[in-house]
Design a protein around this ligand. Structure first.
Ligand code: 48F
Length: 256
């Protein structure tokens, strides 16, 4: 025999059900819900978790990481500004320097961002969870409405569930889901993202990271979709700086 302690099929299921439902029940209330596990959301999650905040990331897809995996046109390298050298070292992400910039393996970048966020105390991620609406109480966003991605894709008439929190970060990239839901309900016009320009877009994404409404924050490409910022290709310093800024703004909001 190769295994001294074989595990039965029923125990595999029992363990998954017990521990998953314990974990997701605990996530029903939190300090921050981050919608979207792309680079800006993962960065904000790690920062908030490290500062002791209870963070829940809801990710629609099977794999978190957002737009980091594929490099450019599937050529799996990404580029990061030299300003982020220390941060990459902190995250144990190897890079090479060229043309006054840093080049990183995209799959390693994605997986390290995910691992570092999820290894942070107080941070939990649920994948295959689609945020479909927001909860609103006394002039503030107080939660997200979530359904299983499979149910959403199938278009089945199954009601979602509410997860309550003190602050919601829309880190859903180009979709800017939470910002769009909010703007539809309160008639807040969004300017949508502008033409491609890496230099401009990288500045914009950090500048546009802000509190959109009480308890609702935007980061990364979602922030540029709210304020007309430029889009950019596979360069990620802006996403990291945006995630760090969002975490700071959220901490200030929760403290007050
Ligand atoms: O798009 P994404 O990577 O967001 P980001 O942090 O970074 C943008 C860059 O990747 C790229 C760029 C730089 O080159 O411009 O676009 O702003 O990740 C967004 C994540 O949100 C998830 C989506 O699956 C992705 O992983 N997401 C989108 N809609 C929902 C969602 C939703 N309704 N519920 C949950 N997750």
């Amino acid at each position: 025999k190769h295994f001294l302690n074989p595990v039965t099929d029923v125990n595999v299921s029992k363990l998954i059900l017990k521990h998953y439902f314990e974990s997701i029940t605990d996530a029903l209330t939190s300090d921050v819900i981050i919608v979207g596990g792309g680079p800006s959301g993962l960065t904000a999650a790690r920062e908030l978790g490290n500062s002791g905040y209870k963070v829940v990331i809801m990710e629609r897809k099977l794999s978190p990481g957002g737009g980091t995996w594929g490099g450019s046109m599937s050529f799996n390298k990404v580029v990061i500004q030299k300003d982020l050298k220390d941060y990459l070292n902190e995250l144990e992400i190897p890079f090479v320097e060229d043309l006054d910039a840093l080049v990183v393996d995209s799959c390693l970048f994605a997986s390290q961002l995910i691992a570092k966020a999820l290894k942070t105390q107080n941070v939990k991620l649920f994948n295959l969870m689609t945020v479909v609406d927001l909860e609103y109480t006394n002039n503030a966003i107080t939660g997200v409405v979530v359904n299983n991605t499979g149910i959403e894709i199938a278009g089945l008439h199954v009601d979602p569930m509410v997860f309550q929190t003190k602050a919601v970060l829309d880190a859903t990239g180009h979709d800017a889901i939470a910002a769009n839901i909010y703007s539809k309900r309160v008639q807040l016009p969004l300017r949508k993202e502008h033409f491609m320009n890496a230099v401009q877009g990288e500045e914009d994404t950090v500048n546009n990271t802000k509190m959109l409404a009480n308890g609702l924050f935007v980061s990364g490409m979602a922030a540029n979709n709210v304020d007309g910022g430029s889009r950019m290709g596979p360069i990620f310093g802006g996403m990291i700086k945006s995630g760090l800024k969002a975490a700071k703004l959220i901490m200030e909001y929760i403290k007050t």
